[in-house]
Design a protein around this ligand. Structure first.
Ligand code: ADP
Length: 191
């Protein structure tokens, strides 16, 4: 099993790269943001709750997020591993993930952080907002809130996995192909 955390601020290109890595390494890409949007689209109870946080650029409560993540993994056991995108997003979630994988005799093999500076992020997300239909992509103050949540709550997840030498920073600026090459090289080096 190979378990990769694709990490980085909102708008750093995790979703796009994860889709390509999923094919190359035959992993299941699990994006908590996509799972929430699916629930929102179906107007489920979970979706309605998640939307109230997402629309403010805040994190959805941990118990809801972790439960949803576990369900997705447990429903898809016959894969070579997982690419976690948008999860874990704080220290508590990383401990929950470690314990959950340990119960299955597994571990996180690598965390790859896509580095992109704040102003580039704001530009990219506003641009994505023109077509994504995402309400959290259209308002600059919500985007800036997401960036500060990343810096305050999510960035420590990098250090959590750095302690065991699993974290790597990848330059997230450049062509999609170049960034894909950098990520692939880091995964090949980690396994
Ligand atoms: P982006 O990385 O572009 O911000 P995502 O699709 O990963 O987009 O996430 C969208 C929103 O969903 C986040 O701003 C947050 O409100 C919520 N969300 C996603 N993943 C998590 C998580 N692991 N914990 C809490 N909230 C989450």
């Amino acid at each position: 099993m190979m378990n990769i955390i694709l990490f980085g601020p909102p708008g750093s290109g995790k979703g796009t790269q994860a889709e390509n890595l999923e094919k190359k390494y035959e992993l299941l890409h699990i994006s908590t943001g996509d799972l929430f949007r699916y629930e929102i689209g179906n107007q489920t109870e979970l979706g309605v709750l998640a939307k109230s946080y997402i629309d403010k650029g805040e994190l959805v409560p941990d118990d809801v997020t972790i439960g949803m993540l576990k369900n997705k993994v447990n429903a898809n056991p016959d894969v070579k591993g997982y690419i976690f995108d948008g999860f874990p997003r704080n220290e508590y979630q990383s401990e929950a993930l470690d314990n959950f994988l340990a119960e299955k005799g597994q571990t996180v093999n690598a965390l790859l952080q896509l580095d992109v500076d704040d102003e580039e992020i704001v530009k990219r997300i506003l641009n994505r907002g023109k077509t994504s239909g995402r309400t959290d992509d259209n308002d600059e103050s919500i985007i800036r809130n997401r960036i500060s949540v990343f810096n305050d709550e999510t960035a420590p997840v990098y250090d959590h996995y750095d302690k065991s030498g699993k974290s790597t920073k990848i330059d997230g600026i450049g062509s999609l192909e170049d960034i894909f090459g950098r990520l692939s090289a880091a995964i090949d080096a980690a396994v």
